[in-house]
Design a protein around this ligand. Sequence first.
Ligand code: SAM
Ligand code: SF4
Length: 336
Amino acid sequence: MAMADPSRTPMTDGLGRRISYLRISVTDRCDLRCRYCMSERMQFLPKNQVLTLEEIALLADMFVARGISKIRLTGGEPLVRRDIGDLVRRIGRHLGRGLDELTLTTNGTRLVDHAAMLADAGVRRINVSLDSRDPDRFAHVTRGGRIDQVLDGLAAAKEAGLAVKINMVALRGVNDDEILSMLRWCDDQGFDLSLIETMPLGDTGEDRTDHYLPLTQVAAQIDAHHPLTPTAYRTGGPSRYHAVEGMRVKLGLITPLTRNFCADCNRIRMTCEGKIFMCLGHEDHVDFKAALREGGLPAVEPLVDRALRLKPAAHDFRIAAGESAATRRHMSVTGG
Ligand code: SAM
Ligand code: SF4
């Protein structure tokens, strides 16, 4: 197993930002079709273009040896990938040996089957996406999802001792009337809550500007009921956390549009095809798959430095009526 080598210089990009957090999209496939994320007839990659679990594990080994200390598995829906448990257990072996945290973002539909496996492999916290607790609205947003599967999954996660943060994309005219009740419910359940601004990634067949909701506005509305205090609490990602008066829930705000957080970005992303993207909002990438298949890890190592140099200063997201998506890639390809 690759061990972090303390004599190695930590990975830093061309602007001096320390890169310590890798998000891996293990599949572009998903059992839901959330309206802000994918189109209804999303075309998925042919399987032979997708990295095998062994290839993903080898690249994860290399990144941990290069100084990555946090890995998030995501997708698409990571828990629809067959034998995902093998990969989680394999990467989990690095915990305490260079890797400080292994975590996962999931839509929760298959957590009933996987929560115990995740906990056994050393996962301690997961993010579960839930944009509405109303069954019909949930089915509408996800184009057919069943909320009972997610609620059962959340119960299984609790049972397995996993800490849960709910991710909720704030959508004007869709779930904005539910944000306060979601916050109170998360508090009751012992979950944290992150609200996310919808980002212009990939064509979904719908106009995102119709539902874009700036979180500055939402935070002011919550504050009027439950005063918010910014805190220094961080989990290594883009969420900026607030304490909520009278509650134990921590409220995270992910604000790519209204409050840019690129200056202290510590993240890189690997797609299920083995492309390394240094920013969710740019097309520049380095392709590891061909190098790995032709020359193994020694052929990939020099590409890491090329990727680091490509990291841009900031994303270029704008949401305005009539503007096309900032990138043609969907969030499910690069990994949320
Ligand atoms: N399928 C898993 C899930 O839904 O949690 C993991 C992948 S999903 C792409 C990761 C996160 O990205 C989810 O919380 C989802 O709500 C969010 N997301 C997807 N498309 C987005 C967009 N265009 N803007 C903002 N958030 C988005
Ligand atoms: Fe699937 Fe997650 Fe995208 Fe929804 S947000 S369609 S669950 S990948």
